[in-house]
Design a protein around this ligand. Structure first.
Ligand code: RFL
Ligand code: PHB
Length: 389
């Protein structure tokens, strides 16, 4: 089998890249380790920047997003029983759209299928070869049978644990990492959200986030220990802990119900540099991780893919290598800004085990500064809605 761009991973980065390349007349094959149903069962991001929405429109997959996505003009920060609204529309004239990553993935998969493009699910032992030369190859096994795909380029969109970054020779990458000493316990439930906008609450007991998927489906998170046992968290314990971390008004509006999904996610900041090695390009979580506090992970995957798709379109359409040559530097410039913002929001709102009373006062001072300064709120808002690209 042969294609122009072999894409490893059918998460949002791989699928969006496939769709943008299809629009540009470039052939792709996607190889995915898991089944389609498994990929669609992962509950992750919920907040899309306008730039991501625009890209999904460019890819021709925004019909359901426009009909069902919730436009949010602001969100709230909670601190010591107070709540501060960040009015995105007023501060920076932009909004964000609440629409689940699962739905983005579903729409992209449907468009790929409708266009008759090839995705190979349940591809085992995916391995990348010869990407430092002119003729890269990808091999895998399918129902125990060895398979091979020859290609011009490989796009590594296989998330943090995938084989793409791992196949780079020792010493070819520089990595930067911070692992946070806590995780997020997330619950999805078919209950109306406690507030019509998101609330990010920094409480003495730890961080909590009130988010949603629709007017009848809520997504909540509480900060928990990194190694906590999920079975120790009954629904009842979760709801009690959530309410204890919210201001009284928000807590009073929490409607409880049985969880339909419950999981613990670790928090990490990570960047690999550069994003290109020969004919292999890294994009999305394969190249970088942000803690979810700023809602940037999926959005960064989208901006990477925008730069990369442009590079491939220029290569095939205009016979120019400028876009591919500039990909790593262009993408990394935006990645580091989102890393800074996500690290800052995480530092502001979480409880750290080694935090002393001075550190806690610093968090409070930051919150009070935001309350009193439109300039500070504007800086927060311009990052939250997404820096331009
Ligand atoms: P993904 O989604 O991890 O997809 C990678 C795909 O590669 C496949 N794969 C392989 N395929 C073939 N062979 C192998 N050996 C393979 N190994 C792996 C995987 O099965 C998978 O299908 O990476 P991608 O596409 O780069 O997308 C990144 C986003 O998923 C991620 O950044 C976001 O979910 C992060 N994130 C959030 N981002 C936002 O922009 N806004 C949010 O509100 C937000 N909230 C979140 C989040 C992530 C969370 N978790 C669970 C980490 C909330 C949470 C709780
Ligand atoms: C979510 O709805 O899952 C969500 C929203 C905002 C975040 C992280 C996750 O910052």
């Amino acid at each position: 089998m042969r294609t122009q761009v072999a894409i490893i991973g059918s998460g949002p980065a791989g699928l969006l890249l496939g769709q943008l390349l299809h629009k540009a007349g470039v052939e792709t094959v996607i190889l995915e380790r898991k089944s389609k149903d498994y990929v669609l069962s992962r509950i992750r991001a919920g907040v899309l920047e306008q730039g991501t929405v625009n890209l999904l429109a460019e890819a021709g997959v925004d019909a359901r997003l426009r009909a069902e996505g919730l436009s949010h003009e602001g969100f709230a920060l909670g601190f010591a029983n107070r709540r501060l609204r960040i009015d995105l529309k007023d501060l920076v004239g932009k909004v964000v759209t609440v629409y689940g990553q699962t739905e983005v993935t579903r729409d992209l998969m449907a468009a790929r299928e409708a266009a008759g493009l090839v995705t190979i699910y349940e591809a085992d032992d995916v391995a990348l070869h010869d990407f430092d030369g002119a003729c890269p190859r990808v091999t895998w096994t399918e129902s125990g049978r060895a398979q091979e795909l020859a290609c011009d380029f490989i796009a590594g969109c296989d998330g943090f644990h995938g084989p793409s970054r791992a196949s780079l020779p020792e010493g070819s990458l520089q990595t930067f990492e911070r692992v946070y000493p806590f995780g997020w316990l997330g619950v999805l439930a078919d209950v109306p959200p406690c507030s019509h906008e998101l609330i990010y609450a920094g409480h003495d007991r730890g961080f909590a986030l009130c988010s949603m998927r629709s007017p009848t489906r809520s997504r909540y998170y509480v900060q928990c220990g990194a190694d906590e046992d999920l079975s120790a968290w009954s629904d009842e314990r979760f709801w009690d802990e959530l309410r204890a971390r919210l201001d009284p008004e928000a807590a009073a509006h929490v409607v409880t119900g049985p969880s339909i999904e419950k999981s613990i996610a670790p928090l990490r900041s990570f960047v690999a540099e550069p994003l290109r090695f020969g004919r292999l390009f890294l994009a999305g979580d394969a190249a970088h991780i942000v803690p979810p506090t700023g809602a940037k992970g999926l959005n960064l995957a989208a901006s990477d893919v925008h730069y990369l798709a442009q590079g491939f379109a220029e290569h095939y359409g205009e016979r120019s290598s400028a876009g591919l040559d500039g990909y790593s530097a262009r993408a990394l410039a935006r990645i580091w800004k989102a890393e800074r913002f996500s690290w800052w929001m995480t530092s502001l709102l979480h409880r750290f085990a080694d935090q002393n009373s001075f550190d806690r006062r610093m968090q409070e001072a930051e919150f009070i500064y935001l309350e009193g300064s439109r300039a500070a709120r504007t800086a927060l808002a311009e990052n939250y809605v997404g820096l331009p690209y």
